[in-house]
Design a protein around this ligand. Structure first.
Ligand SMILES: [Zn+2]
Length: 91
């Protein structure tokens, strides 16, 4: 796979109101939850939810809903080693 394709794969498809994670999860399936920068679920309050990020409850990807980009992955995730290398190319 070409590098450009690999990078594009990190972007979530959809709009701000109707989106599908790269793993196939949707808000109506396993859902997405407000999380911190580590992917830990938080209460969606300004105090606890400074990131404005969501975590996919199926695969563990952490998603910035504003840009629909994958920002990382929580510790408890289902990504393959190759997918993790794409997200963290520098380790
Ligand atoms: Zn997912």
């Amino acid at each position: 796979m070409k590098l450009a394709d690999r990078i594009r794969r990190m972007k979530i498809e959809g709009t701000a109101d109707n989106w599908t994670c790269l793993c196939g999860n949707t808000g109506l399936a396993d859902g997405f939850y407000p999380c911190d920068s580590e992917g830990q679920m938080v209460e969606p309050t300004p105090e606890e939810w400074a990131t404005n990020w969501y975590v996919c409850n199926r695969c563990g990807r952490i998603i910035d809903r504003k840009t629909m980009e994958v920002k990382g992955v929580r510790f408890n995730n289902t990504l393959s080693t190759d997918e993790l290398v794409e997200l963290y190319p520098n380790g």
